[in-house]
Design a protein around this ligand. Structure first.
Ligand code: XMP
Length: 513
Protein backbone atom coordinates (compact mmCIF):
# COMPACT_ATOMS: atom_id res chain seq x y z
CA UNK A 1 0.00 0.00 0.00
CA UNK A 2 1.21 3.49 -0.80
CA UNK A 3 2.01 5.47 2.33
CA UNK A 4 -0.59 8.20 3.02
CA UNK A 5 1.41 11.42 3.11
CA UNK A 6 0.75 13.45 6.17
CA UNK A 7 1.58 16.64 8.00
CA UNK A 8 1.87 16.20 11.73
CA UNK A 9 0.59 19.02 13.91
CA UNK A 10 1.92 19.03 17.46
CA UNK A 11 -0.64 20.72 19.67
CA UNK A 12 0.46 23.20 22.32
CA UNK A 13 -3.10 24.15 23.24
CA UNK A 14 -4.01 26.88 20.77
CA UNK A 15 -7.65 27.60 20.12
CA UNK A 16 -6.68 27.49 16.42
CA UNK A 17 -5.07 24.03 16.27
CA UNK A 18 -8.15 22.47 14.66
CA UNK A 19 -8.16 25.23 12.10
CA UNK A 20 -4.60 24.40 11.05
CA UNK A 21 -5.66 20.81 10.39
CA UNK A 22 -8.68 21.98 8.43
CA UNK A 23 -6.73 24.37 6.25
CA UNK A 24 -4.21 21.71 5.36
CA UNK A 25 -6.87 19.17 4.48
CA UNK A 26 -8.71 21.80 2.42
CA UNK A 27 -5.52 21.85 0.34
CA UNK A 28 -5.99 18.08 -0.07
CA UNK A 29 -3.09 17.04 2.15
CA UNK A 30 -3.80 14.78 5.09
CA UNK A 31 -2.95 16.23 8.49
CA UNK A 32 -3.15 14.84 11.95
CA UNK A 33 -3.09 16.54 15.34
CA UNK A 34 -1.16 14.93 18.18
CA UNK A 35 -0.30 16.22 21.66
CA UNK A 36 2.93 18.22 21.96
CA UNK A 37 4.64 15.36 23.80
CA UNK A 38 3.84 12.77 21.12
CA UNK A 39 6.76 10.33 21.40
CA UNK A 40 9.65 10.63 18.98
CA UNK A 41 9.42 6.92 18.14
CA UNK A 42 5.86 7.46 16.92
CA UNK A 43 6.83 10.53 14.93
CA UNK A 44 9.52 8.49 13.22
CA UNK A 45 7.09 5.64 12.53
CA UNK A 46 4.51 8.08 11.09
CA UNK A 47 7.06 9.48 8.63
CA UNK A 48 5.34 12.88 8.29
CA UNK A 49 6.27 15.09 5.33
CA UNK A 50 6.28 18.11 7.60
CA UNK A 51 5.68 19.10 11.21
CA UNK A 52 3.78 22.13 12.45
CA UNK A 53 4.16 23.34 16.02
CA UNK A 54 0.89 25.02 16.94
CA UNK A 55 0.34 28.14 19.00
CA UNK A 56 -0.53 27.92 22.66
CA UNK A 57 -1.69 30.01 25.60
CA UNK A 58 1.49 29.82 27.69
CA UNK A 59 4.78 31.63 27.60
CA UNK A 60 7.83 29.50 26.75
CA UNK A 61 9.34 30.68 30.05
CA UNK A 62 6.40 29.61 32.24
CA UNK A 63 7.02 26.76 34.63
CA UNK A 64 5.82 23.55 33.03
CA UNK A 65 5.23 25.21 29.69
CA UNK A 66 4.62 22.49 27.12
CA UNK A 67 7.46 21.39 24.90
CA UNK A 68 8.42 18.54 22.58
CA UNK A 69 11.37 16.30 21.92
CA UNK A 70 14.34 18.39 20.67
CA UNK A 71 15.32 15.53 18.41
CA UNK A 72 12.59 16.44 15.94
CA UNK A 73 15.01 19.11 14.73
CA UNK A 74 17.43 16.40 13.68
CA UNK A 75 14.98 14.44 11.55
CA UNK A 76 15.52 16.57 8.43
CA UNK A 77 11.75 17.12 8.14
CA UNK A 78 10.57 20.70 7.43
CA UNK A 79 9.21 22.27 10.62
CA UNK A 80 6.98 25.32 10.86
CA UNK A 81 6.34 26.96 14.25
CA UNK A 82 3.29 29.19 14.60
CA UNK A 83 3.21 31.81 17.36
CA UNK A 84 4.13 29.79 20.49
CA UNK A 85 5.69 27.30 18.06
CA UNK A 86 7.94 30.01 16.65
CA UNK A 87 8.93 31.08 20.16
CA UNK A 88 9.79 27.50 21.06
CA UNK A 89 12.08 27.19 18.07
CA UNK A 90 13.70 30.52 18.99
CA UNK A 91 14.25 29.39 22.57
CA UNK A 92 15.61 25.95 21.59
CA UNK A 93 18.19 27.59 19.32
CA UNK A 94 19.20 30.11 21.97
CA UNK A 95 17.31 33.13 20.70
CA UNK A 96 15.63 35.43 23.20
CA UNK A 97 11.87 35.56 23.71
CA UNK A 98 10.42 38.33 25.87
CA UNK A 99 7.07 39.64 26.99
CA UNK A 100 5.93 42.32 24.54
CA UNK A 101 5.25 45.85 25.80
CA UNK A 102 2.38 46.08 23.38
CA UNK A 103 0.64 42.77 23.12
CA UNK A 104 -0.74 42.22 19.65
CA UNK A 105 -4.23 40.84 19.23
CA UNK A 106 -6.09 41.05 15.97
CA UNK A 107 -5.09 42.39 12.61
CA UNK A 108 -1.61 43.73 11.92
CA UNK A 109 0.22 44.98 8.83
CA UNK A 110 3.15 42.83 7.88
CA UNK A 111 6.05 43.74 5.65
CA UNK A 112 8.14 41.06 4.00
CA UNK A 113 11.81 41.99 4.24
CA UNK A 114 13.66 39.11 2.66
CA UNK A 115 13.06 36.38 0.15
CA UNK A 116 11.59 33.26 1.60
CA UNK A 117 9.87 30.28 0.01
CA UNK A 118 7.02 30.61 2.51
CA UNK A 119 6.19 34.02 1.06
CA UNK A 120 6.26 33.10 -2.64
CA UNK A 121 3.33 34.82 -4.31
CA UNK A 122 2.55 36.89 -1.19
CA UNK A 123 2.35 40.72 -1.48
CA UNK A 124 5.14 42.63 0.26
CA UNK A 125 2.60 44.35 2.49
CA UNK A 126 -0.49 42.55 3.71
CA UNK A 127 -2.69 41.87 6.72
CA UNK A 128 -2.09 39.06 9.19
CA UNK A 129 -3.83 37.85 12.36
CA UNK A 130 -1.85 38.18 15.57
CA UNK A 131 -2.55 36.83 19.01
CA UNK A 132 0.49 36.90 21.25
CA UNK A 133 1.94 38.31 24.44
CA UNK A 134 5.60 37.39 23.87
CA UNK A 135 7.83 38.12 20.92
CA UNK A 136 11.26 37.12 19.69
CA UNK A 137 13.71 39.85 20.64
CA UNK A 138 16.93 38.25 19.60
CA UNK A 139 17.29 35.98 16.63
CA UNK A 140 19.03 32.63 17.11
CA UNK A 141 22.29 32.15 15.22
CA UNK A 142 21.98 31.11 11.54
CA UNK A 143 18.34 32.21 11.30
CA UNK A 144 17.25 35.14 9.13
CA UNK A 145 14.35 37.52 9.71
CA UNK A 146 11.90 37.39 6.85
CA UNK A 147 9.16 39.83 7.89
CA UNK A 148 8.20 42.40 10.50
CA UNK A 149 5.23 44.31 11.89
CA UNK A 150 5.21 47.49 13.94
CA UNK A 151 5.34 45.64 17.24
CA UNK A 152 7.18 42.50 16.11
CA UNK A 153 10.48 43.35 14.46
CA UNK A 154 11.02 39.59 14.11
CA UNK A 155 7.63 38.48 12.81
CA UNK A 156 8.90 35.46 10.92
CA UNK A 157 12.19 33.70 10.45
CA UNK A 158 13.80 30.84 8.61
CA UNK A 159 16.88 28.64 8.72
CA UNK A 160 16.87 27.19 5.24
CA UNK A 161 19.58 24.53 5.64
CA UNK A 162 17.76 23.00 8.60
CA UNK A 163 14.32 23.54 7.01
CA UNK A 164 13.11 25.41 10.09
CA UNK A 165 10.56 28.20 9.81
CA UNK A 166 8.52 30.28 12.21
CA UNK A 167 5.62 32.71 11.91
CA UNK A 168 4.54 34.95 14.77
CA UNK A 169 1.09 35.33 13.18
CA UNK A 170 -1.62 32.79 12.40
CA UNK A 171 -1.82 31.84 8.70
CA UNK A 172 -4.65 29.40 9.52
CA UNK A 173 -7.02 32.22 10.51
CA UNK A 174 -9.14 33.55 7.64
CA UNK A 175 -8.21 37.18 8.48
CA UNK A 176 -4.64 36.53 7.37
CA UNK A 177 -4.87 37.74 3.79
CA UNK A 178 -2.36 35.31 2.26
CA UNK A 179 -2.73 32.59 4.92
CA UNK A 180 -3.81 29.88 2.50
CA UNK A 181 -0.95 30.70 0.13
CA UNK A 182 1.60 30.60 2.96
CA UNK A 183 0.33 27.23 4.18
CA UNK A 184 0.38 25.88 0.63
CA UNK A 185 3.94 27.12 0.13
CA UNK A 186 4.91 25.11 3.21
CA UNK A 187 3.04 22.02 2.02
CA UNK A 188 4.07 21.97 -1.60
CA UNK A 189 7.35 23.88 -1.89
CA UNK A 190 8.97 22.92 1.38
CA UNK A 191 7.44 19.54 2.26
CA UNK A 192 6.89 18.35 -1.33
CA UNK A 193 3.45 16.99 -0.53
CA UNK A 194 1.11 15.68 -3.20
CA UNK A 195 -2.55 16.55 -3.10
CA UNK A 196 -3.56 13.01 -2.29
CA UNK A 197 -6.04 13.53 0.53
CA UNK A 198 -9.58 12.79 -0.62
CA UNK A 199 -12.45 10.75 0.75
CA UNK A 200 -11.62 8.03 -1.78
CA UNK A 201 -8.02 7.78 -0.63
CA UNK A 202 -9.04 7.93 2.99
CA UNK A 203 -11.42 5.03 2.42
CA UNK A 204 -8.74 3.04 0.61
CA UNK A 205 -6.07 3.51 3.25
CA UNK A 206 -8.49 2.99 6.18
CA UNK A 207 -9.69 -0.27 4.68
CA UNK A 208 -6.11 -1.52 4.56
CA UNK A 209 -5.41 -0.39 8.12
CA UNK A 210 -8.61 -1.98 9.41
CA UNK A 211 -7.83 -5.30 7.69
CA UNK A 212 -4.32 -5.28 9.14
CA UNK A 213 -5.59 -4.62 12.62
CA UNK A 214 -8.62 -6.92 12.74
CA UNK A 215 -7.19 -9.95 10.93
CA UNK A 216 -9.66 -12.83 11.47
CA UNK A 217 -11.28 -11.42 14.62
CA UNK A 218 -14.79 -10.05 14.89
CA UNK A 219 -15.85 -6.44 15.42
CA UNK A 220 -19.11 -5.25 16.90
CA UNK A 221 -20.85 -1.99 16.29
CA UNK A 222 -23.82 -0.32 17.97
CA UNK A 223 -25.78 0.91 14.98
CA UNK A 224 -28.17 3.57 16.22
CA UNK A 225 -28.68 5.13 12.80
CA UNK A 226 -26.71 8.29 13.65
CA UNK A 227 -24.55 9.60 10.82
CA UNK A 228 -21.12 8.95 12.33
CA UNK A 229 -21.69 5.39 13.49
CA UNK A 230 -23.53 4.52 10.29
CA UNK A 231 -20.69 5.73 8.07
CA UNK A 232 -18.23 3.87 10.33
CA UNK A 233 -20.28 0.67 9.98
CA UNK A 234 -20.41 0.90 6.19
CA UNK A 235 -16.67 1.52 6.01
CA UNK A 236 -15.96 -1.43 8.31
CA UNK A 237 -18.27 -3.60 6.27
CA UNK A 238 -16.31 -2.72 3.12
CA UNK A 239 -13.12 -3.71 4.90
CA UNK A 240 -14.08 -6.90 6.69
CA UNK A 241 -17.53 -7.92 5.43
CA UNK A 242 -19.39 -10.21 7.78
CA UNK A 243 -16.70 -10.14 10.44
CA UNK A 244 -18.56 -6.96 11.43
CA UNK A 245 -21.63 -7.58 13.56
CA UNK A 246 -23.96 -4.62 13.92
CA UNK A 247 -26.43 -4.52 16.77
CA UNK A 248 -29.37 -2.17 16.59
CA UNK A 249 -31.19 -1.71 19.88
CA UNK A 250 -34.70 -0.37 19.43
CA UNK A 251 -35.16 1.51 22.68
CA UNK A 252 -38.73 2.51 21.86
CA UNK A 253 -37.41 6.05 22.24
CA UNK A 254 -36.70 6.59 18.56
CA UNK A 255 -38.57 8.89 16.20
CA UNK A 256 -41.53 7.74 14.11
CA UNK A 257 -40.66 4.62 12.02
CA UNK A 258 -36.96 5.31 12.59
CA UNK A 259 -35.88 1.85 13.70
CA UNK A 260 -37.57 0.03 10.84
CA UNK A 261 -36.22 2.50 8.28
CA UNK A 262 -32.68 2.06 9.55
CA UNK A 263 -32.89 -1.71 9.53
CA UNK A 264 -34.35 -1.75 6.01
CA UNK A 265 -31.81 0.65 4.64
CA UNK A 266 -28.80 -1.22 5.99
CA UNK A 267 -30.04 -4.68 5.22
CA UNK A 268 -31.19 -4.04 1.69
CA UNK A 269 -28.49 -1.59 0.55
CA UNK A 270 -25.46 -2.87 2.39
CA UNK A 271 -26.17 -6.45 3.34
CA UNK A 272 -24.79 -5.74 6.79
CA UNK A 273 -24.78 -8.50 9.35
CA UNK A 274 -27.35 -6.69 11.45
CA UNK A 275 -29.10 -7.90 14.54
CA UNK A 276 -31.99 -5.87 15.76
CA UNK A 277 -33.30 -6.15 19.28
CA UNK A 278 -36.69 -4.75 20.25
CA UNK A 279 -36.05 -3.66 23.83
CA UNK A 280 -38.77 -1.00 23.96
CA UNK A 281 -40.81 -2.66 26.70
CA UNK A 282 -37.71 -3.11 28.87
CA UNK A 283 -36.79 0.57 28.56
CA UNK A 284 -40.35 1.68 29.27
CA UNK A 285 -40.54 -0.57 32.30
CA UNK A 286 -37.31 0.84 33.73
CA UNK A 287 -38.37 4.42 33.02
CA UNK A 288 -41.75 4.01 34.72
CA UNK A 289 -42.47 6.94 37.08
CA UNK A 290 -39.03 8.44 36.51
CA UNK A 291 -39.16 12.13 35.73
CA UNK A 292 -35.72 13.30 36.85
CA UNK A 293 -33.69 14.04 33.67
CA UNK A 294 -30.34 12.78 34.98
CA UNK A 295 -31.92 9.60 36.33
CA UNK A 296 -33.56 8.99 32.94
CA UNK A 297 -30.17 9.37 31.22
CA UNK A 298 -28.46 7.01 33.66
CA UNK A 299 -31.15 4.35 33.38
CA UNK A 300 -31.06 4.49 29.60
CA UNK A 301 -27.25 4.31 29.53
CA UNK A 302 -27.00 1.27 31.78
CA UNK A 303 -29.94 -0.53 30.19
CA UNK A 304 -28.41 -0.02 26.79
CA UNK A 305 -25.09 -1.48 27.87
CA UNK A 306 -26.82 -4.46 29.48
CA UNK A 307 -28.75 -5.33 26.32
CA UNK A 308 -25.86 -4.71 24.00
CA UNK A 309 -23.50 -6.82 26.07
CA UNK A 310 -25.99 -9.63 26.24
CA UNK A 311 -26.32 -9.72 22.43
CA UNK A 312 -22.61 -9.37 21.79
CA UNK A 313 -21.78 -12.21 24.18
CA UNK A 314 -23.63 -14.56 21.87
CA UNK A 315 -20.63 -14.33 19.53
CA UNK A 316 -17.17 -15.65 20.19
CA UNK A 317 -13.95 -14.19 18.89
CA UNK A 318 -15.11 -10.57 19.26
CA UNK A 319 -12.08 -8.39 20.01
CA UNK A 320 -13.07 -4.95 18.78
CA UNK A 321 -15.77 -2.32 19.09
CA UNK A 322 -16.08 0.28 16.34
CA UNK A 323 -17.20 3.79 17.22
CA UNK A 324 -17.85 6.84 15.08
CA UNK A 325 -15.96 9.22 17.37
CA UNK A 326 -15.07 12.50 15.65
CA UNK A 327 -12.21 14.87 16.34
CA UNK A 328 -14.41 17.45 18.12
CA UNK A 329 -15.67 14.64 20.43
CA UNK A 330 -12.09 13.81 21.34
CA UNK A 331 -11.24 17.44 22.05
CA UNK A 332 -14.47 18.05 23.95
CA UNK A 333 -14.05 15.05 26.16
CA UNK A 334 -10.49 16.08 26.96
CA UNK A 335 -11.30 19.69 27.72
CA UNK A 336 -14.61 18.99 29.41
CA UNK A 337 -12.91 16.70 31.91
CA UNK A 338 -11.37 18.27 34.96
CA UNK A 339 -13.08 20.94 36.95
CA UNK A 340 -16.11 21.73 34.85
CA UNK A 341 -19.54 20.74 36.11
CA UNK A 342 -21.58 17.98 34.51
CA UNK A 343 -24.41 19.72 32.71
CA UNK A 344 -25.88 16.56 31.25
CA UNK A 345 -24.60 13.02 31.32
CA UNK A 346 -24.20 12.24 27.65
CA UNK A 347 -25.23 8.81 26.68
CA UNK A 348 -23.27 6.97 24.07
CA UNK A 349 -21.58 3.59 24.16
CA UNK A 350 -18.76 5.05 26.24
CA UNK A 351 -18.84 2.48 29.02
CA UNK A 352 -18.77 -0.50 26.70
CA UNK A 353 -15.11 -1.02 25.78
CA UNK A 354 -13.89 -1.23 29.38
CA UNK A 355 -16.78 -3.32 30.55
CA UNK A 356 -16.48 -5.82 27.74
CA UNK A 357 -12.70 -5.64 27.49
CA UNK A 358 -12.87 -4.62 23.85
CA UNK A 359 -10.30 -2.73 21.84
CA UNK A 360 -11.59 0.38 20.10
CA UNK A 361 -11.54 1.11 16.41
CA UNK A 362 -12.31 4.76 15.70
CA UNK A 363 -11.70 5.40 12.00
CA UNK A 364 -12.85 9.05 12.18
CA UNK A 365 -10.97 10.14 15.29
CA UNK A 366 -9.08 12.75 13.31
CA UNK A 367 -11.95 13.99 11.16
CA UNK A 368 -14.61 16.65 11.24
CA UNK A 369 -18.31 16.06 10.65
CA UNK A 370 -18.36 17.44 7.11
CA UNK A 371 -15.44 15.19 6.18
CA UNK A 372 -17.31 12.15 7.50
CA UNK A 373 -20.33 13.20 5.46
CA UNK A 374 -18.15 13.29 2.34
CA UNK A 375 -16.80 9.85 3.12
CA UNK A 376 -20.35 8.60 3.67
CA UNK A 377 -21.33 10.03 0.30
CA UNK A 378 -18.46 8.24 -1.36
CA UNK A 379 -19.56 5.01 0.31
CA UNK A 380 -22.98 5.46 -1.26
CA UNK A 381 -25.07 6.77 1.64
CA UNK A 382 -27.76 9.17 0.46
CA UNK A 383 -27.58 12.92 0.98
CA UNK A 384 -30.87 12.88 2.87
CA UNK A 385 -29.48 10.38 5.31
CA UNK A 386 -26.15 12.17 5.74
CA UNK A 387 -27.73 15.55 6.39
CA UNK A 388 -30.02 14.39 9.15
CA UNK A 389 -30.05 16.51 12.30
CA UNK A 390 -28.24 15.13 15.38
CA UNK A 391 -30.33 13.03 17.72
CA UNK A 392 -29.43 12.51 21.39
CA UNK A 393 -28.57 9.04 22.69
CA UNK A 394 -31.42 8.97 25.25
CA UNK A 395 -33.81 9.74 22.40
CA UNK A 396 -37.31 10.98 22.99
CA UNK A 397 -37.11 10.18 26.72
CA UNK A 398 -35.51 13.61 27.18
CA UNK A 399 -38.16 15.22 24.99
CA UNK A 400 -41.15 13.80 26.84
CA UNK A 401 -40.75 15.90 29.95
CA UNK A 402 -41.88 14.20 33.13
CA UNK A 403 -43.06 10.59 33.01
CA UNK A 404 -42.28 8.68 29.84
CA UNK A 405 -45.15 6.48 28.68
CA UNK A 406 -45.89 4.77 25.37
CA UNK A 407 -48.92 7.06 24.82
CA UNK A 408 -46.93 10.22 25.38
CA UNK A 409 -44.09 8.98 23.19
CA UNK A 410 -46.53 8.23 20.37
CA UNK A 411 -48.10 11.66 20.71
CA UNK A 412 -44.69 13.30 20.47
CA UNK A 413 -43.64 11.09 17.55
CA UNK A 414 -46.66 12.15 15.50
CA UNK A 415 -46.18 15.83 16.19
CA UNK A 416 -42.41 15.71 15.63
CA UNK A 417 -42.89 13.88 12.34
CA UNK A 418 -45.24 16.60 11.05
CA UNK A 419 -42.79 19.31 12.10
CA UNK A 420 -39.81 17.69 10.38
CA UNK A 421 -41.76 16.92 7.20
CA UNK A 422 -42.89 20.53 7.04
CA UNK A 423 -39.30 21.75 7.38
CA UNK A 424 -38.23 19.48 4.55
CA UNK A 425 -41.08 20.42 2.23
CA UNK A 426 -40.47 24.13 2.91
CA UNK A 427 -36.82 23.70 1.92
CA UNK A 428 -35.44 24.98 5.24
CA UNK A 429 -34.41 21.72 6.92
CA UNK A 430 -30.77 22.09 5.83
CA UNK A 431 -30.55 25.65 7.19
CA UNK A 432 -31.24 24.36 10.68
CA UNK A 433 -28.75 22.52 12.90
CA UNK A 434 -31.41 20.71 14.86
CA UNK A 435 -35.20 20.83 15.07
CA UNK A 436 -37.58 18.80 17.16
CA UNK A 437 -40.72 18.84 19.27
CA UNK A 438 -40.92 18.55 23.06
CA UNK A 439 -43.98 17.33 24.92
CA UNK A 440 -44.51 19.33 28.10
CA UNK A 441 -46.00 17.93 31.30
CA UNK A 442 -48.58 20.71 31.25
CA UNK A 443 -52.20 20.72 30.18
CA UNK A 444 -54.11 23.79 29.10
CA UNK A 445 -57.69 24.67 28.29
CA UNK A 446 -58.78 25.07 24.70
CA UNK A 447 -61.88 25.07 22.58
CA UNK A 448 -62.41 22.83 19.58
CA UNK A 449 -65.71 23.07 17.76
CA UNK A 450 -68.12 23.80 20.57
CA UNK A 451 -66.31 21.78 23.17
CA UNK A 452 -63.88 22.58 25.88
CA UNK A 453 -60.55 20.71 25.69
CA UNK A 454 -57.97 20.21 28.40
CA UNK A 455 -54.92 18.83 26.66
CA UNK A 456 -51.15 18.89 26.26
CA UNK A 457 -48.80 21.70 25.30
CA UNK A 458 -46.13 20.97 22.70
CA UNK A 459 -43.01 23.09 22.32
CA UNK A 460 -41.16 23.38 19.03
CA UNK A 461 -37.41 23.91 19.06
CA UNK A 462 -35.20 24.79 16.09
CA UNK A 463 -31.65 26.09 16.41
CA UNK A 464 -28.73 27.12 14.29
CA UNK A 465 -25.27 26.12 15.44
CA UNK A 466 -21.94 24.95 14.08
CA UNK A 467 -21.01 22.42 16.73
CA UNK A 468 -23.84 22.22 19.28
CA UNK A 469 -21.71 24.02 21.87
CA UNK A 470 -23.52 27.30 21.33
CA UNK A 471 -26.79 27.78 19.51
CA UNK A 472 -29.27 30.41 18.47
CA UNK A 473 -32.99 29.94 17.91
CA UNK A 474 -34.04 29.81 14.29
CA UNK A 475 -36.01 32.80 12.97
CA UNK A 476 -38.98 31.21 11.20
CA UNK A 477 -41.32 33.46 9.34
CA UNK A 478 -44.77 33.84 10.92
CA UNK A 479 -46.53 32.01 8.09
CA UNK A 480 -44.47 28.90 8.72
CA UNK A 481 -45.23 28.99 12.45
CA UNK A 482 -48.92 29.59 11.87
CA UNK A 483 -49.14 26.78 9.39
CA UNK A 484 -47.29 24.17 11.46
CA UNK A 485 -49.19 25.11 14.62
CA UNK A 486 -52.53 24.61 12.85
CA UNK A 487 -51.40 21.39 11.27
CA UNK A 488 -50.26 19.78 14.52
CA UNK A 489 -53.25 20.87 16.59
CA UNK A 490 -55.68 19.70 13.90
CA UNK A 491 -54.12 16.33 13.29
CA UNK A 492 -52.57 15.19 16.56
CA UNK A 493 -55.27 14.41 19.07
CA UNK A 494 -54.18 15.29 22.57
CA UNK A 495 -52.33 18.52 21.75
CA UNK A 496 -54.22 21.81 21.90
CA UNK A 497 -51.43 24.38 22.20
CA UNK A 498 -48.07 24.99 20.53
CA UNK A 499 -45.30 27.24 21.81
CA UNK A 500 -42.01 28.11 20.12
CA UNK A 501 -38.79 28.09 22.15
CA UNK A 502 -36.87 31.36 21.67
CA UNK A 503 -33.93 30.73 23.98
CA UNK A 504 -30.34 30.52 22.88
CA UNK A 505 -27.54 28.35 24.27
CA UNK A 506 -26.13 29.50 26.62
CA UNK A 507 -27.90 30.11 28.95
CA UNK A 508 -30.38 27.42 27.84
CA UNK A 509 -29.31 24.10 26.37
CA UNK A 510 -30.54 22.70 23.07
CA UNK A 511 -32.45 19.77 24.58
CA UNK A 512 -34.89 20.54 27.39
CA UNK A 513 -33.62 17.77 29.67
P1 XMP B 1 -27.46 20.23 24.84
O1 XMP B 1 -28.86 19.87 25.16
O2 XMP B 1 -26.47 19.79 25.88
O3 XMP B 1 -27.09 19.38 23.54
O4 XMP B 1 -27.30 21.67 24.47
C1 XMP B 1 -26.01 19.61 22.68
C2 XMP B 1 -26.10 18.59 21.55
O5 XMP B 1 -25.88 17.29 22.08
C3 XMP B 1 -27.01 16.46 21.82
N1 XMP B 1 -27.18 15.59 23.00
C4 XMP B 1 -26.70 14.34 23.05
N2 XMP B 1 -26.03 13.61 22.16
N3 XMP B 1 -25.97 11.83 23.68
C5 XMP B 1 -25.68 12.34 22.48
O6 XMP B 1 -25.06 11.63 21.66
C6 XMP B 1 -26.64 12.50 24.63
O7 XMP B 1 -26.89 12.01 25.71
C7 XMP B 1 -27.02 13.84 24.30
N4 XMP B 1 -27.69 14.81 24.98
C8 XMP B 1 -27.76 15.88 24.15
C9 XMP B 1 -28.17 17.40 21.60
O8 XMP B 1 -29.19 16.80 20.84
C10 XMP B 1 -27.46 18.53 20.88
O9 XMP B 1 -27.24 18.23 19.51
Amino acid sequence: MQHQQKILILDFGSQYTQLIARRIRESKVYSEIQPHNYPLSKIKADRPHGIILSGGPMSVYDNNSPTMSDEIFELGIPILGLCYGLQLIAKKFNGIVEPANDREYGKANIEIISDDVLFNGVDNNSIVWMSHGDYVNNLPKDFIVTSRTKNSPICSFGYTEKKLYGLQFHPEVAHTQFGKKIIENFLFDLCNCNQDWSPKNFIKSSINEIKDKVKDKKVICALSGGVDSSVAAVLMNRAIGNQLICIHVDTGLMRKNESSEIINMFQSNYKLHLISVDASSMFLEKLKNVSDPELKRKIIGTTFIEIFENEANKFSNVDFLVQGTLYPDVIESVSVKGESATIKTHHNVGGLPEKMKLKLIEPFRELFKDEVREIGKDLGLSDNFLKRHPFPGPGLAVRVLGDVTKERLDLLRDADDLFIKELISSGIYDNIWQAFAVLLPVQTVGVMGDSRTYENVLALRAVTSTDGMTADWFKFDYDFLENISNKIIRSVRGINRIVYDISSKPPSTIEWE
